[in-house]
Design a protein around this ligand. Structure first.
Ligand code: HEM
Length: 418
């Protein structure tokens, strides 16, 4: 039996907080091993890195998600007992509902809503001296996501609802005030969306068949029972909130356009595929999910290492995107690396890996399409000045953003949004 290398810390909880995104990756390099063990909040955990480990992590027979997501993340980011924490048939019922919203037709409707919102936002920005792109994009995405989901969003509420969706995401690696802000935002949002679900169920609010609100209001568990209105609300929020969170990647994309202006021309003149390489590189280079957690379903041995039932296992996401064995010069922003590079379900996992029937992100196609649209809009739809500002982002903060949120001045409309 092989012994799994052990991190020297008695308990690594503080190191995770101190090091943030590269915590696992730092140790993979230090211990020269893609697998090692730590103690985390007093319990033994195994950290995994690399495509083979990702393949193992996504074998449903090996791991469960029940009990893997800390309560503090459920009470802020994703909601309690949501799809992310389910296994087997319970997971399948819920995941099927999410995936039913991802048809080409449905995604196209969302992109049309987004195009309208970009246009309206650009008109508004032209009257402003300066805007903070991240805050503006939160609102663009929130309005479009609610319209697409058939969730009524009164004009006066758009800004604070968008901020609440973001506060839930922003809380995932936070403690103290950031965590409490996220919790309050979640309670407010769940109350609001539960009201929407109840109205739909009572026939007081008519929503389009197959719209996200309709699908989630009618969601049943594996026994065929209708989910409680609260639970249905939590899953409907799991559609809208992550769309709002794409603001992070859009802001990073704006940073990339600004810092590597040579790509602006290439995006205009090269094939459509180039926009895809560009947004894939945004998803690779810029951080969002640090790592993912699951628990061992039954004892097994992998590569001579013992995995005991119930052990917490963390899969490195950030490090996989920066491993030179997979990505030459990983710290260089270089979209062309995606040209002719086959991507497996396990070697590029910014939004989780494996197949969509498993826990891989339901909204990956939406994310890529929304990002492509945003990049085209920022490059061709408007021009703007970028004043001096602090664009650095802090890898010890999860999630992270450019410090300034990306300031833009003197926005002018130059073309039609995508
Ligand atoms: C799951 C990231 C956008 C819906 C996940 C996971 C990650 C992730 C890392 C966990 C995968 C796992 O546990 O194995 C992201 C990022 C996004 C994004 C970085 C963009 C900023 C979206 C969008 C949707 C969405 C737009 C919209 C519908 C979901 C759902 C799950 C999920 C429902 C749970 C899947 C499951 O447990 O089966 N996402 N996501 N995400 N995401 Fe996303």
């Amino acid at each position: 039996m092989q012994t799994i290398p052990r991190d020297s810390s008695l308990d690594s909880t503080l190191d995770v907080v101190r090091e943030g995104f590269p915590f696992i990756w730092n140790r993979v390099r230090g211990l020269h091993s893609d697998i090692f063990q730590i103690r985390l909040m007093g319990q033994r955990a195994i950290c995994l890195h690399g495509p083979e480990a990702a393949q193992l992590f996504y074998e449903p027979a090996r791991f469960v998600r029940t009990g893997a997501v800390p309560r503090r993340i459920q009470t802020t980011l994703m909601g309690q007992d949501a799809v992310q924490t389910k296994d087997g048939n319970e997971h399948r019922c819920r995941k099927d509902a999410f995936m039913s919203l991802m048809t080409p037709q449905s995604r196209q409707t969302l992109m049309q809503q987004l195009a309208r919102e970009w246009q309206a936002a650009a008109e508004h920005w032209t009257g402003q001296q300066q805007i903070v792109l991240f805050n503006e994009v939160l609102e663009v995405l929130c309005r479009a996501a609610c319209a697409w989901a058939n969730v009524p969003l009164p004009e006066k509420d758009a800004r604070h609802r968008a901020q609440d969706f973001w506060a839930m995401v922003d809380a995932f690696g936070g403690a103290g005030p950031r965590h409490w802000r996220g919790k309050r935002a979640r309670t407010r949002t769940e109350d609001w969306i539960e009201g929407v679900i109840k109205k739909i169920r009572k026939g007081k609010l008519h929503v389009a068949a197959d719209s996200p609100a309709h699908v989630m209001a009618g969601l049943r568990d594996a026994d065929g029972d209708l989910l409680s209105a609260r639970m249905a609300a939590i899953e409907l929020i799991n559609v809208v909130r992550p769309i709002v969170a794409i603001a992070t990647y859009i802001t990073f994309a704006a940073v990339a356009l600004h810092e590597y202006p040579a790509y602006k021309g290439l995006l205009r003149t090269a094939s459509d595929d180039y926009t895809e390489y560009f947004v894939q590189e945004v998803r690779r280079d810029f951080p969002f999910a640090p790592f993912l957690g699951a628990r061992v379903r039954e004892d097994f041995t992998w590569r001579g290492c013992d995995f005991k039932k119930g052990t917490l296992v963390l899969l490195d996401v950030y490090g996989l995107n920066h491993d030179p064995r997979l990505w030459p010069e990983p710290n260089v922003f270089w979209p062309d690396r995606f040209r002719n590079r086959p991507i497996s379900p396990y070697d590029f996992i910014p939004q989780g890996g494996g197949h969509y029937s498993g826990h891989r992100c339901a909204g990956e196609w939406i994310t890529i399409e929304a990002l492509k649209q945003a990049v085209t809009f920022l490059n061709d739809g408007i021009t703007y000045d970028v004043p001096a500002q602090d664009l650095r982002y802090d890898l010890t903060r999860m999630p992270t953003l450019p410090a300034s949120g990306f300031l833009m001045r003197h926005v002018r409309i130059t073309g039609q949004p995508a």
